[in-house]
Design a protein around this ligand. Structure first.
Ligand SMILES: Cc1cc2nc3c(=O)[nH]c(=O)nc-3n(C[C@H](O)[C@H](O)[C@H](O)COP(=O)(O)OP(=O)(O)OC[C@H]3O[C@@H](n4cnc5c(N)ncnc54)[C@H](O)[C@@H]3O)c2cc1C
Length: 312
């Protein structure tokens, strides 16, 4: 019978996976944390996080994720750069088929998070990386004294639009509703920012250009009129998609593809747990992801000691 490589394997090294890694490591479990992009997750692509407790002045997303990684390594978590392609259960162990070879453990925490949803309009695919972006923190500096369009009205869209105004001379925020969904404090700041211009009740219907983006076509959803906004780039923040393709059919998912769990982060299959943005829940933030990670780790610890499966 194949031996386990770890006591627990955590898929994803974002805030949820790293937090689970810290707790599992401190519980002396042989802990593998696997990430296809390297540690960090979405928060590493966030300019500034000012709602995570313990950092009264705020902290850059990159620094916050680096601290979490350091803490997980300190407690012995084995952080591996690889993509998990699918999962199997054989002889009481889960085999995770990954790009670096198979990994085996009696418990798994799915912390694979979510990614930006695509807008699905003409021009989006064609101009990806040439003016269409999902990460202002990554690409914002390219827009010095240029014009940008941000699509969306939630916290991510408004936070990143404000970040872009550090570089761009004008940022148009196109939002399909007549009011923002972002937190009040962000809205107050956004409305005071003279470089931001709001295009209300409107949707982007196409992204246009030659070699790179030159404009977007915008339709007002109330009067159906269309107009063009000249721009050098488009940043899209129109929601999330869960990273659950590799576990479809393995555990129960909700209608949008998020993993269903109980309050202790147990998924529908014994020995499988889920934490963070990948989970069916209301609030997707760093603080809820780290809390989920801690809870999942404690549940794994209980599960392994009840079943005597640790150290196999
Ligand atoms: C622009 C933006 C700004 C934000 N601002 C804030 C903020 O100010 N405050 C706040 O609290 N939250 C903020 N958030 C939300 C926050 O970043 C997320 O809630 C948090 O990162 C979720 O953590 P997670 O660990 O659940 O998932 P993620 O951060 O999504 O991490 C999941 C990880 O899993 C990896 N992965 C996925 N599939 C696989 C696979 N098959 N194999 C291996 N690895 C895999 C991914 O590479 C990724 O690193 C923001 C998000 C964005 C996009």
């Amino acid at each position: 019978m194949a031996k386990a490589t770890h006591d627990v394997i955590i898929v994803g090294a974002g805030p949820a996976g790293l937090s689970a890694g810290i707790y599992c490591g401190r519980a002396n479990l042989r802990t593998g944390v696997i990430d296809k992009m390297g540690p960090g997750g979405q928060v590493a692509t966030t300019d500034w996080v000012e709602n995570y407790p313990g950092f009264p002045e705020g902290i850059s997303g990159l620094d916050l994720s680096a601290k979490m990684e350091e803490q997980a390594r300190r407690f012995g978590a084995d952080i591996i750069l690889a993509e998990i392609e699918n999962l199997k259960e054989e002889d009481g162990l889960f085999t995770l088929c990954c790009t670096e070879g198979d990994l085996r453990a009696p418990a798994v925490i799915i912390a694979s998070g979510a990614r930006s949803r695509e807008l699905g309009v003409p021009g989006e695919s064609r101009f990806k990386g040439r003016g269409v972006s999902y990460c202002a923190t990554c690409d914002g500096a390219l827009y010095k004294e240029k014009v940008a369009v941000v699509v969306g009205g939630g916290d991510s869209a408004i936070g990143e639009a404000m970040f872009l105004t550090k570089f761009a001379r004008k940022v148009h925020v196109v939002h399909r509703r007549g009011a923002l969904r972002a937190t009040e404090v962000l809205q107050d700041r956004a409305f005071k920012n003279s470089r931001l211009e709001f295009v209300w009740s409107s949707v982007v219907t196409s992204i246009n250009g030659g070699d790179k983006v030159q404009s977007v076509t915008v339709r007002n959803v109330k009067d159906e009129r269309t107009h063009e906004i000249l721009t050098d780039g488009v940043f899209l923040y129109v929601g999330l998609l869960p990273n659950t393709e590799f576990i479809r059919g393995f555990v129960d998912l909700d209608e949008w593809g998020y993993v269903l769990t109980d309050d202790n982060m147990k998924a529908s299959r014994l020995g499988v747990f889920a934490a963070g943005d990948v989970r069916h829940k209301e609030v997707r933030q760093v603080v809820t992801a780290t809390a989920d990670g801690a809870m999942a780790a404690v549940s794994v610890e209980h599960y392994l000691s009840e079943t005597g499966k640790a150290g196999q």
